[in-house]
Design a protein around this ligand. Structure first.
Ligand SMILES: [Ca+2]
Length: 313
């Protein structure tokens, strides 16, 4: 029986690949996709999610437009990472507006209420929609969410937004804290693991020369992403964060976990959004998350590209 999942996402270059992987996985029953601001403004991430559902021939999957702002602070967007249109150099046609923004928290609760079995929530962006759903109906969430698999945070790897903070956590630390305090099982797939999922620059260049226009469309996305990673981190390739969270369900053998207490820094300094992961139990507090400390990134990447897009490097 396929696992019922809802995907909350901010496409986003690595989100796009995660969506392709999840929507083409027979192990998963994608009940809905919801969007959130993050890599780009909410109107753009929603447009991109809609276009990706069309491109992947899955327009029957309900799409819920989500939060355009974090809980507390004004939003930031990672346009230098993902491009003005959110998908690098890949072309995205103009689409009519819609669906409405800010309907995701209520829509998620309705889907949870309808589902006969608990649902796995795959969260690939800031956790604002999830925190809002929790604020509206915590009991429904606790009864009907089986677990939240979140791409975000870091236990010990350097941050990608501040020296210690990962982007999704930094965008809405108050939301991340609310989710971690909700007493719902959370599996955190953070930078410790995702930094091993590196798509190399030479591979992206080679894909860009292939005759198949579908391959070239994706390679245009990644060409932008490689340029960003070269500029910001001197990497000869790009890090595919989000698909690894989907792999937690598809290939659990490639991810290695440890239960621990995680607290999110909600202060206003350089450590805002840091996920303090208490690996050695210094706080004495009970574990509230399972943290992915290591992933077999090279193998994961090969499986992701093959299963999502039929690509072999
Ligand atoms: Ca994302």
């Amino acid at each position: 029986v396929p696992i019922p999942v809802i995907i909350d996402t901010d496409p986003g270059i690595d989100d796009a690949l995660a969506l392709a992987l999840a929507l083409r996985a027979p192990e998963l029953d994608v009940l809905a996709v919801s969007t959130v601001y993050g890599n780009a403004p909410a109107a753009v991430t929603t447009r991109n999610a809609r276009y990706l559902l069309e491109r992947l021939n899955r327009t029957e999957v309900p799409l819920l437009g989500g939060a355009s702002h974090p809980l507390v602070r004004a939003p930031s967007h990672a346009l230098e990472t993902h491009g003005e249109a959110g998908l690098g150099y890949a072309t995205v046609p103009e689409l009519p507006a819609g669906p409405h923004q800010n309907e995701a928290p209520v829509g998620l609760l309705a889907l949870l209420a309808q589902s006969r079995t608990p649902v796995t929530l795959i969260a690939l962006g800031p956790l604002t929609n999830v925190a809002l759903a929790l604020a509206l109906d915590r009991e429904r969430c606790r009864r009907s969410i089986r677990e939240i698999i979140w791409m975000g945070g870091s236990a010990g790897a350097p941050g990608n937004t501040t020296p210690v903070s990962e982007w999704n956590a930094w965008c809405d630390p108050e939301a991340a804290r609310a989710v971690l305090e909700a007493e719902i099982p959370v599996r955190m797939v953070g930078l410790d693991a995702t930094r091993s999922v590196l798509l190399g620059k030479a591979a992206v260049q080679e894909l860009g020369r292939r005759p198949d226009p579908e391959v070239r469309w994706w390679a245009e996305m990644w060409r932008f992403y490689v340029e960003f990673h070269e500029r910001s981190e001197s990497l000869a390739g790009c890090i595919m964060n989000d698909p690894l969270a989907v792999m937690a369900l598809l290939r659990p053998d490639l991810l290695h976990w440890q239960e621990m207490y995680v607290e999110v820094d909600c202060g206003w300094g350089l450590t805002r959004g840091q996920t303090l992961c208490d690996r050695f139990g210094f706080t004495g507090k009970p574990a509230n998350a399972s943290v992915c400390l290591h992933a077999t990134g090279e193998e994961a990447l090969a499986v992701i590209l093959q299963r999502a897009l039929g690509m072999v490097l």
